[in-house]
Design a protein around this ligand. Structure first.
Ligand code: UD1
Length: 367
């Protein structure tokens, strides 16, 4: 079969790596379309190089824009690609604007669509990712769910007939890179200036529009990080850097030290070197869990509820409303006792994805 993967943003490249490797071991043809949603080398090229992903077969170069402009640009560019390639499958990943555009374009051309990481829900309609994942799930023919929780959400929306439990491909890649980092196969990460990796430090990231796009909120969150009693390494996403500059907020002050985004192996190494993680990223919440570091999530809710249930992750929507002592105690709390199990699967999710796509038959869509 011929499968076209649509990717465009950093977290999709991480998920693409194990999927591309799994397809490489089969007779199937795997074709990669990069939408160009992320275009900085730090957010895109280093993931292809660092994770051994084959270069994209097509690059659409859509770049940034408002949600409608960005989504529309991908949508209008894909018709010609699908027309030329005539794939047996279109595979979309996660919840970005590139995901929903890929799914919508394919379904309108009557091409079977598989959605990797289907069924996640935050139930927060302010998040662009929530619109994207709900719409994509309702478009797609095969819903590849990472967890039982996700399977439950799909069933609640009447989508059980199209849903299959695949496991989470991020386990495949995260554990592989963890082992390579421990074996010394990757150079030490370039941490922000002022961070000494041999001494305790926290690793933080912030990029969600709800946290970055309101000047008062961003200033309060940055203050909360700067006031912590431990040094905080902040590999800064371009959205964060752009908004902070616009609002005149300095990202390096007090305990806080900002630097460039990290490549994937660098991020894994930084999590392993850290005492804990503070983030609003979905992927990093799970990486902290898999790498056994406590995580504090600066959001009112999470899609990855297993990380909270097992005690590895705590939600703190408004750290600036806590006392300094309480905030510091939360981000430096001790690790939970007990076995957290393997709610995200056993690290063979990418092979399951290939198998489930092979098994699917046209017309098997039940609802
Ligand atoms: C996107 C995804 C989000 C994902 C995140 C990971 C959507 C709606 N959001 O958010 O789900 O968690 O990627 O990084 O699809 N920019 C650059 N260089 C780049 C890319 C972006 O400078 O290579 C800047 C631009 O100013 C742009 C802003 O970052 O306006 C936001 O980029 P965009 O792709 O719209 O969303 P992200 O915030 O990256």
């Amino acid at each position: 079969m011929k499968v076209v993967s649509i990717v465009g943003a950093r977290p999709q490249l991480v998920k693409l790596a194990p999927v591309a490797a799994a397809f490489a071991g089969t007779e199937h043809q795997h074709f990669i379309v990069h939408t160009g949603q992320h275009y900085d080398a730090d957010l895109s090229d280093v993931f292809f190089d660092g994770l051994g992903i084959p270069a994209p077969d097509i690059h659409l170069g859509v770049g940034s824009g408002s949600h409608g402009v960005q989504t529309g640009a991908v949508l209008s560019a894909l018709d010609a690609v699908f027309e030329a390639e005539q794939p047996d499958w279109v595979l979309v990943y996660g919840d970005t604007n590139s995901t929903v555009a890929g799914a919508l374009s394919a379904v309108k051309m009557h091409l079977p669509v598989a959605h990797l990481e289907a069924g996640l829900r935050s139930f927060n309609r302010r998040m662009p990712e929530e619109h994207n994942r709900v719409l994509t799930d309702h478009c797609a023919d095969l819903l590849l769910a990472p967890t039982e929780e996700a399977m439950g959400h799909l069933a609640n929306e009447g989508l059980a007939g199209r849903a299959r439990l695949a496991g989470d491909v991020m386990v495949d890649i995260c554990l592989r890179i963890r082992d390579a980092v421990r074996a010394g196969e990757h150079a030490a990460p370039v941490l922000p200036e002022g961070i000494d990796p041999s001494r305790p430090f926290l690793l933080a990231t912030l990029h969600r529009p709800d946290n970055t796009d309101d000047p008062a909120r961003l200033a309060a969150l940055v203050d909360s990080l700067a006031r912590l009693p431990l040094p905080v390494a902040l590999p800064a996403h371009p959205r964060l850097v752009a908004r902070a500059e616009e609002y005149g907020i300095s990202l390096t002050r007090g305990s806080l030290h900002a630097g460039r985004p990290l490549p994937y192996a660098g991020l894994v190494a930084a999590v392993l070197a850290s005492s804990g993680v503070i983030t609003d990223s979905g992927g990093l919440q799970k990486e902290a869990f898999l790498l056994e570091r406590i995580c504090t999530t600066v959001r009112p809710e999470t899609e990855w509820v297993e990380t909270v249930r097992t005690g590895w992750n705590a939600l703190v929507a408004d750290p600036h409303l806590l006392s300094d002592e309480k905030w510091a105690a939360t981000v430096t709390r001790s690790t939970p006792a007990g076995d957290a199990g393997t709610p995200y699967g056993d690290g063979r999710a990418a092979h399951n994805v290939v198998k489930l796509m092979e098994e699917w038959k046209r017309g098997s869509r039940l609802v």
